[in-house]
Design a protein around this ligand. Sequence first.
Ligand SMILES: Nc1ncnc2c1ncn2[C@@H]1O[C@H](COP(=O)(O)OP(=O)(O)OP(=O)(O)O)[C@@H](O)[C@H]1O
Length: 312
Amino acid sequence: MIEVQNLAKSYGPRSAIQGLTFQVNQGEVVGFLGPNGAGKTTTMNILCCILPASSGTARVCGFDIFEQSYEIRKRIGYLPETPPLYQDMVVSKYLAFAAGLRGVPKKQIPSAVDRVLGQCHIRDVQDRIIGRLSKGYQQRIGLAQAMIHDPEILILDEPTIGLDPIQIIEIRKLIQELGKSHTILLSSHILPEVTQICQRVIIIHEGRIAAMDTLDGLNASLRHSNRLELKVRNADTGITPKLEALDKVSAVHPDGVNRFIIDIESNQPAQDDVARMVLEQGWGLEELKPVSMTLEDIFLKLTTEEKLDTPS
Ligand SMILES: Nc1ncnc2c1ncn2[C@@H]1O[C@H](COP(=O)(O)OP(=O)(O)OP(=O)(O)O)[C@@H](O)[C@H]1O
């Protein structure tokens, strides 16, 4: 659905993105993550044909961003970080206006407005002035304008930024609903949000792809940081050095009473050795399980500590 190949963009001498290659398949909801200035908005603007790329190619629904931008605009709905709302307009009139701008035939405008009022759950405010509505409602109106021409793909730039926790939950639910019938590329700084909404993530850092996979896949590719969580019933004072003496264990961190976090050497299955020692020493095995990394752990690892050599 979206195919990006070696995409680059420079603003004068400043390179914003370089060598970006990724795909978003039909029906996927993909999170686009990166620290401030990583190049997320630049990439989204290029895919929506708002900004020209400096080099590389991208195709959206099979159409070329350089040659066939009109076809792409028909098929893409874009919610920029600041939604393009006219604060003095009434919701339904604004949406009809947006429909006209997006080329919806005049006769079909009332039904298009009616459709997005329903899809975005804003029917109850259709006669209200936009500027007097809460930010959560305004964001839904932003989504409604992005969908007014019934696009197959939605590109959402930080859709929950500036919302309060209840509004965030509402918009998140709405995006999850829309994800059932649309392909979505979504940028966000809120990592638990991406974990909840997205099936796959693309992490960019300094304009390049740092990782691209499902959450499970990312976890697996970073397995060198494997950790185990161990709970025992009767730890004695020698437990930490004894566990650290195991071949595959690189460090042991006590974490509360009778609980330990064990760092494992790269790709070494160490559970059996740890369990055997616990039983032999009579420490009483309560629980032994891998500590899975959160998206936040993965993101910080990729964007602060080190970079993957090649995107997966
Ligand atoms: N119009 C512009 N002129 C010059 N430099 C720009 C322009 N727009 C963006 N940049 C630079 O390009 C880089 C990427 O910016 P971009 O806005 O795409 O990042 P981002 O990942 O969306 O960041 P944020 O999360 O802060 O919105 C940054 O270094 C930014 O300063």
